[in-house]
Design a protein around this ligand. Structure first.
Ligand code: AMP
Length: 282
């Protein structure tokens, strides 16, 4: 496995792979890898014969006051995990390499970023769109695997790849959960034992909403009220949003449709956790 620290190194690695006619798969991450990330890597290894993982905590997607400094990092451990899985290259640039002096270009995806996380994290999606564009240009993968856990991000990246003719096929991977239902996240390390118990209310409330839909409930108000109540009764929780949107447009729904997704962001202690689920019965 090669560790590439600069865009120049990344570019020459992928040019060689393209010359050899290899299929390059890509998994962008902010590191501190968990089983969710590793499932994405395994999917990429199934679909491509050369796999690149990037590890970069991207400052442009954090707003002032968010957890950029505290975000957990452990490059040595991440490299070991990638090596064990059979990853071919890790691209781990530093901030100066990605955003050198004088950098001033922005990438905006307009409508899809107006709702949900975009309403609450002012810089988030422009930061994500910028870094994903830069990473795609450096890696030039045939395909990239993203998690449904960050479901709005996945839809934004699909749009971006299409709109800018980046030519990268975006593959979605289902959310990987702990056995008790908690969606895996690098930010789960912020949780105390008691907070972790409260955090289970996210997945439990999503399952409860799904169950109500399976029993015939179609009114979004009712589903949101039920989920909100289940989360708010737990200690240390503060809801940022609980919404039901169309999975393609991100527009709020009043009635559940086959494309309805319930999405939520909840602070549990200091940790801002997100989760989502399709509501329509399989
Ligand atoms: P992050 O390091 O949090 O930026 O995530 C990198 C990639 O891993 C994104 O595509 C996420 O959607 C994906 N991811 C993170 N957590 C999970 C999870 N629990 N299940 C599936 N994918 C995940």
């Amino acid at each position: 496995m090669e560790l590439l620290r600069t865009t120049a190194e990344m570019t020459s690695w992928r040019e060689e792979r393209w010359r050899e006619g290899q299929i390059v798969g890509f998994v962008p991450t902010m590191g501190y890898l968990h089983r969710g990330h590793l499932a994405l890597v395994e999917e990429a290894l199934r679909l491509a014969n050369q796999v690149v993982v990037s590890i970069f905590v991207n400052p442009t997607q954090f707003s002032p006051g968010e957890d950029l400094e505290e975000y957990p990092r452990n490059l040595e451990r991440d490299l070991e995990l990638c090596r064990e899985l059979g990853v071919h290259a890790v691209f781990a640039p530093d901030t100066a390499e990605m955003y050198p002096e004088g950098f001033q270009t922005r990438v905006e995806v307009e409508r899809l970023t107006q709702n949900l996380c975009g309403l609450h994290r002012a810089d988030f999606f422009s930061g994500v769109a910028l870094v994903v564009t830069k990473l795609f240009c450096a890696v030039r993968p045939h395909l990239a695997v993203f998690g449904e856990k960050d479901f709005q991000q996945l839809v934004v990246v699909k749009r971006l790849s299409r709109d800018l003719n980046l030519g990268v096929e975006i593959v979605a991977h289902p959310t990987v959960r702990e056995s008790d239902g908690l969606a895996m996240s690098s930010r789960n390390t912020y949780l105390s034992d008691e907070e972790r118990r409260s955090a289970l209310s996210l997945s439990r409330s999503l399952l409860a909403a799904r169950k109500l839909v399976a029993e015939g409930e179609r009114k979004v108000d009712v589903l949101v009220a039920r989920a909100t109540e289940m989360i708010e009764t737990e200690p240390h929780t503060r809801i940022q949003y609980v919404q039901v949107v169309d999975e393609e447009t991100m527009i709020d729904l009043a009635e559940v449709t086959p494309r309805a997704v319930m999405a939520m962001a909840v602070f549990v202690g200091e940790a801002r956790l997100i989760d989502n689920m399709r509501l329509w019965p399989d």
